[in-house]
Design a protein around this ligand. Structure first.
Ligand code: CTP
Length: 435
C-alpha cells in the first residue's frame, strides 16, 4: 500500500536553509518542464534518522539531462556534467556543492556484477531496483506537492523497527556488493539484518557470487566499511557470515585479529585527541590490522584480488615489510636515543606508525613511536638555505650536509635556538670562505 504524508515540516526543521532552497528550486524547475522531481535514498533515510547527510540524489520522472541543463540555465554559475549513456547528470554549484540527478529508471543486469542496462521508467520501478527498503523513501519536490513522502515498500516501518531488508530475492544476485552494504548499514545504525536477508547473504556466500565482483568494487566496499566510525563490529559480522575469505582465504577474525583491531581503535583515539587537524587515512590503519595474518605471497594475492593500483600496492608491500622490520629493530634496542628513533621511523607514514604502535606488545617500543609522532617528526632546524646564504656560505652540496648536521644536533639535544645553530655551524664547518 502506498502511504503518503507531508513531511515539509520535518524538512524545514532539520535541513540547513541552503539545502531547503535547492530542493525548492528543483521543484519549481521541474514544474516548468512538466516533470516530477523527487529527492530519494540515503538523504531521506538520514533525514528521518537525524543523521547529517547532504548528498542530494534526485530522481526525475522525465529526462534528467534536460532537467539538469534547464536548471543550470536558470542560475548563475551553475554547471552540469552529463552522463548521457546513463541518463544522469551532476549539477555543480559555484561553491562546488554537487547534486546528482537521475532519470527514473528500470535497471537490469545482463550478467550479475556487470554494469546495469538503463531504461526510462517511473519512480516506483526506480525505487524497486534499489538495495534495501530503508533506502526507498522519496520526497516529492514539485511546488504544489512539496514535502509529500512516498513510501512504496514499508521503509518507514523498517526504519522505525531497525530492519535491513532487501526488496526482492535477487537483490544480491544483481549486485553482490550489496552484501557489504547490508552489513555496513546494520552496524552503522544499530539495525538488524532480517532473517530472510541473512539467508540470502549466506546463500550468496555458498554459491560464491563474489567471484563476479570486480576487485575495484570489492575493495571500495571494504574501504567504506573500514571508514565507519567504528568498523570492528562490521568486520566481526563479515566473519560471522564467513565473508572474509572472499577478500582473502587466509583472513581470520580470531583472538589475535580482535586484539589488534581493538588496539588500533585505542591508538587512533589517542592520536585524534592529540592532533585534531592531522589528516590521515583511518580506514587504512584498520585495513593493516585486518590483513595482519597475511604473509608476503598472500599479500601479493590480495593486491591482485582487490585490483590495487600499482603504486598503492608497492607502497603497501614495502611499508608493511619496513614496519615489521622496524618493530624488530626497536625491540632489539633497550633504550634507543631520540636520534635512533628518528632514523628508524622517519620514512614511515602516519598510518604505518599507528599500526606499529597498536601492534607492538612492548611498552618501550610504544613509547618510542609515540615520542616520534608527538615530537621528533616535527623537529626542524631554524636555519634554512637562505640563512646560510646570509651567513656567507656559498650555495652547493654543503648546504645539505649543514642542514643534516643541524637536524642531528637538535635530535641529540645539542642545540635549541637559532643562535645555538649558528654557533654550531661555525664550529663544525668553519667560517664561510670567500673564493
Ligand atoms: N544503491 C543500490 N545498490 C548499490 C548501491 C547503491 O541500490 N549497490 C542505491 C541505494 O538505494 C542508495 C542509493 O543507491 O540509497 C545511493 O547510493 P549511495 O550514494 O551509496 O548511498 P547512501 O545510501 O546514501 O549510503 P551512504 O550513506 O554510505 O552514502
Amino acid at each position: 500500500m502506498i502511504r503518503k504524508k507531508n513531511v515539509s515540516g520535518v524538512i524545514r526543521e532539520r535541513l540547513p536553509q541552503n539545502i531547503l532552497n535547492i530542493l525548492k528550486q528543483v521543484g519549481r524547475v521541474a514544474d516548468e518542464l512538466g516533470y516530477n522531481a523527487y529527492v530519494v535514498g540515503g538523504f531521506v533515510r538520514d533525514l528521518f534518522l537525524r543523521h547529517e547527510n547532504l548528498d542530494i540524489d534526485l530522481v526525475i520522472e522525465g529526462d534528467a539531462v534536460t532537467f539538469a541543463r534547464h536548471y543550470a540555465s536558470r542560475f548563475q554559475n551553475v554547471r552540469v556534467r552529463v552522463f548521457q549513456k546513463f541518463k544522469t547528470a551532476v549539477i555543480i554549484y559555484p561553491d562546488d556543492f554537487k547534486v546528482d540527478v537521475a532519470t527514473a529508471r528500470t535497471e537490469y543486469y545482463e550478467t550479475p556484477g556487470a554494469l546495469p542496462i538503463v531504461e526510462r521508467s517511473s519512480l516506483k520501478m526506480d525505487l524497486y531496483r534499489r538495495d534495501f527498503t530503508i533506502n526507498t523513501l522519496a520526497v516529492k519536490l514539485n511546488e504544489r506537492h512539496f514535502g509529500i513522502l512516498i513510501d512504496y515498500f514499508g521503509a518507514q516501518r523498517d526504519l522505525k523497527d531497525g530492519r535491513i531488508s532487501v526488496l526482492h530475492n535477487l537483490s544480491f544476485v544483481e549486485d553482490p556488493s550489496r552484501v557489504f552494504r547490508a552489513i555496513r548499514f546494520e552496524q552503522r545504525f544499530g539495525f538488524k539484518i532480517t532473517k530472510l536477508t541473512a539467508n540470502l547473504i549466506e546463500n550468496a556466500g555458498r554459491i560464491n557470487f563474489f567471484d563476479r565482483l570486480s576487485g575495484t568494487r570489492l575493495f571500495s566496499e571494504l574501504k567504506l566499511i573500514l571508514m565507519e566510525e567504528n568498523p570492528i563490529p562490521a568486520i566481526s559480522r563479515l566473519a560471522e557470515f564467513d565473508l572474509l575469505k572472499f577478500i582473502h582465504p587466509m583472513l581470520r577474525y580470531d583472538a589475535n585479529t580482535t586484539w589488534l583491531l581493538d588496539q588500533i581503535r585505542g591508538v587512533l583515539s589517542w592520536h585524534d585527541l592529540l592532533f585534531l587537524e592531522d589528516s590521515y587515512e583511518r580506514w587504512y590503519v584498520y585495513f593493516l590490522g585486518l590483513i595482519e595474518p597475511l604473509k608476503e605471497e598472500q599479500l601479493l594475492e590480495l593486491t591482485r584480488r582487490l585490483n590495487m593500483q600499482t603504486k598503492f600496492a608497492e607502497t603497501l608491500l614495502w611499508a608493511k615489510g619496513a614496519a615489521d622490520h622496524t618493530l624488530f629493530r626497536l625491540y632489539q634496542r633497550e633504550n634507543p636515543s631520540p636520534k635512533e628513533i628518528y632514523y628508524l621511523l622517519h620514512e614511515l607514514s602516519t598510518e604505518f606508525l599507528l599500526y606499529m604502535m597498536a601492534k607492538t606488545r612492548r611498552e618501550g617500543s610504544k613509547k618510542a613511536i609515540s615520542l616520534f609522532i608527538t615530537q621528533l617528526r616535527n623537529v626542524r632546524p631554524h636555519l634554512a638555505g637562505k640563512d646560510l646564504l646570509d651567513m656567507g656560505y656559498e650555495p652547493g652540496p654543503r648546504y645539505k650536509r649543514i642542514l643534516q648536521h643541524l637536524l642531528d644536533a637538535h635530535l641529540d639535544g645539542q642545540v635549541q635556538t637559532k643562535e645555538d645553530e649558528i654557533a654550531s655551524v661555525l664550529r663544525r664547518f668553519g667560517p664561510p670562505t670567500k673564493d
